[in-house]
Design a protein around this ligand. Structure first.
Ligand code: AMP
Length: 427
């Protein structure tokens, strides 16, 4: 019986893995420059960690969570996103000591029961940052700066940064009164889900992709017109800092993002090269009330998450390379019979200690086909170990790029051997 991976999941290897490692290796040092340190949280949490923070009326919580009851009857959920878990960890471990900001980053797999399609998986990977302890607009600008730098570093060009503000709870209250009034006479034009949302959590109507709901929203009041003085100043300062940093942005009054916990600044990085709804590569925002909601101190925070799979997909589509490959010399050992393996092991040990990439033939003893395979796999050299080599204690080196062949005495000519394979030069 052949078993396949579950729908919406993927095995990651080869080129795809090369891309994602490039993304992670580009992100981590960038996060460090901004003084973020890594945190790893569990892949599953108590269900309330997500339902209470993301919001019960969001698509993620109401439809997309992988929730299960464990053997002791507890409700657990595979994490659908990173922020709630990090906030839970910060509060539980009392990581926030007051005074200075706490800056954390993470890389991890996330799980959402969505309809799989291009750029949308049921298990996908995100990397993200979370900064706790300040509502200073410069921290918002800094988060957006990092997001911008990351995509620049990866080699993207045609990206747009969308930005909006959802205000504080006071602005939201004022907006919701007007918004609900606006929706009342139009509710029959809304889809059945949005009619429920209109009653329970009208903000979530902005997540709906259905044509009828989009039309209703086109003429609706927008939260940005309801911002209080403080929230307006906060947004304006963020925009000023972005301008100072030379970061282009586009104000988008319809941007809401799919989580209930956001306050004030929200932002999204979208690609101009993808026409589908899956054009967002990453996004984030402020969540000034979430730490308190988790039972922690009343401290503001901001963060973002980048979708690694979608970024890989777009890099491949646009022909952006996953960086320079390692220049280390690689050597394939062809041992002609099992009885020469002791000798072969001695040589391979020496080269591996010199930090060279080495592998050997474990089963096939066919010299011609082994050399051909080694060439195909892009090895630089083949080292052949046979009867003659063992008898005279020498080694045969074949340069797989030039097809030149060399012989050297194993005990007396180490310098010559290293020179032939260019060890050191390539390292
Ligand atoms: P979100 O956590 O919804 O703000 O998403 C942040 C980023 O994660 C998005 O911009 C996408 O790049 C990525 N993402 C979200 N959901 C999925 C999914 N189901 N499959 C693949 N990538 C996703």
């Amino acid at each position: 019986m052949v078993l396949n991976s579950p729908r919406g999941t993927a095995d990651i290897f080869g080129k795809n893995l090369e891309y994602r490692n490039f993304i992670i290796k580009s992100a981590a040092p960038l996060f460090e420059i901004f003084n973020y340190s890594e945190i790893i949280t569990p892949a599953f949490e108590h269900t309330e960690v997500f339902s209470r923070s993301i919001g019960t009326e969001t698509d993620i919580v109401s439809k997309e969570m992988y929730t299960f009851i464990d053997k002791k009857g507890r409700s657990l959920t595979l994490r659908p996103e990173g922020t709630a878990s990090v906030v839970r960890a910060v509060v539980e471990n009392k990581m926030y000591t007051g005074g200075s900001t706490l800056k954390l980053f993470y890389v991890g797999n996330m799980f959402r029961y969505e309809r799989p399609q291009k750029g949308r998986m049921r298990e996908f990977w995100q990397l993200g940052i979370e900064a706790f302890g300040s509502d200073n607009s410069i921290l918002d600008a800094e988060a957006i700066w990092i997001l911008n730098l990351l995509f620049k570093k990866l080699g993207f060009k045609n990206l747009a940064l969308l930005i909006n503000s959802l205000g504080c709870h006071k602005c939201r209250e004022d907006f919701l009164v007007k918004f609900s009034k606006y929706l009342k006479p139009l509710s029959r034009k809304l889809c059945s889900d949005c009619r429920i949302r209109a009653e329970k959590n009208p903000m979530r109507i902005f997540d709906c992709k259905k044509e009828g709901c989009r039309e209703v929203l086109a003429g609706s009041p927008k939260i940005i017109s309801f911002l209080c003085r403080k929230c307006t100043d906060h947004l304006n300062k963020v925009l000023e800092y972005l301008e100072k940093l030379g970061i282009n942005y586009r104000k988008d009054e319809s941007l809401v993002r799919g989580f209930d916990y956001y306050t004030r600044t929200i932002f999204e990085m979208v690609s101009g090269d993808i026409k589908s709804a899956q054009n967002a590569l990453g996004g984030g925002g402020r969540y000034d009330r979430l730490v308190k909601q988790f039972g922690g101190p009343d401290i503001p925070a901001i963060g973002f998450a980048v979708g690694i799979d979608r970024t890989v997909m777009l890099m491949e589509e646009l022909g952006i390379s996953p960086g320079e490959k390692s220049k280390k010399v690689s050597i394939y050992f062809i041992c002609m019979e099992e009885k020469y393996q002791y000798y072969c092991l001695e040589i391979i040990k020496y080269f591996r200690e010199k930090n060279l990439i080495c592998d050997m033939n474990f089963s096939s003893r066919n010299l011609k086909s082994e050399i051909k395979q080694a060439g195909k796999k892009d090895y630089d050299f083949a080292v052949i170990v046979g009867e003659e080599e063992l008898k005279n204690k020498n080694i045969t080196i074949k340069d797989l790029k030039t097809f030149k062949q060399y012989k050297a005495d194993w005990d007396r000519e180490r310098e010559k051997i290293l020179k032939i394979i260019g060890a050191g030069e390539h390292e």
